[in-house]
Design a protein around this ligand. Sequence first.
Ligand code: ZN
Length: 359
Amino acid sequence: MPLASQFTVELLKTAGLNKNGPSRAQVAFLRQFVDRTFGEGSRRSAKEWPELEDMLTIIDLSANSGHHLGKDYSASQLRTVRRAILVRMIRMLEQRYSAGEKAADANWQRLETFFKRFDASDCAVLSMNWDTVIERGLERTQKLTRFDYGCEARPAQFVGERLKRRTLRSVKEVRLIKPHGSINWLYCDACRETFWVPPDEAEDVARTLFGTRDWELLREAALISKIPKTRDPACPHCTSRAIGTRFATFSYRKALDFPMHTASWRSAERDLKQALHWVFIGYSMPGADYEFKQLLKRVQLGEPIRPTITLITAGSGASETVQRFEKFFGKVDKERFYFEHGLDGPALAHLTSIGVLRA
Ligand SMILES: [Zn+2]
């Protein structure tokens, strides 16, 4: 999957997308917003876009306090901009995942090995990403379909236009904490219940998130002529039409004051306390994650027996990431394990030796 730093370029890619599909109109709407707000009216290429983190923070700060941003965007229009970004992210992540699955290159095969041998009965996963790579990988390789997200999210599914409760058949459960939310979660603004749908229903989530009123704004701006199909399902619990999503975005003011996020953070803390080994895969400890880093530090220092730290990283910034981890967790002989070439042979062997993977 693309790194967060590559998201902007990926979000704006429309080559290969349906000419009359929803994504092109949403991209045009976002471009218009950035040209006006950050380009003083002149056209900006993907490379000239501000950081997504900056954009989302500025949108959040204005919209959440009920303010305009410039003369063109009211608080409610800013919320449409935010939803357009999120919906593009959901679809972009889905499109990239399908492309990865089709290509099935060497990295994909390594990840597949990891999922095949992953011991879900003895490990919990904490994912800072919104994508459903883990859910899909474990379902494909081990038929694991029951996920405990640690936030009391209830299983549901789309049946046509409707969102219905779902009974899970699989007995084996995977503990998977997602403190930033997930693209297969829905949230009811009325009863505050969270629902999770099968990972392949993310497109329905996207359609639910970007509603008719959002599309009307795009029609007013002459970006579309006909409003695409949206979903507005009744809540399976309280029947209100108040189903949406909540993501903790890159924004420095992450939307963490929602019940499912709070519960996820509590579960993360509990799991981190119990774990003998902390294994970080592809996590570079970005600046915006200061709440998470504080949690790690707090738990690390609170445990009489400190967890061992394993870092599996890759790419040109690998050695800087290792240094960052060392500076943050300290150098301790025989309790630090660093792998700079992704899930290669030595990394998989180490994961087997500490019980993350089955032999
Ligand atoms: Zn409800």
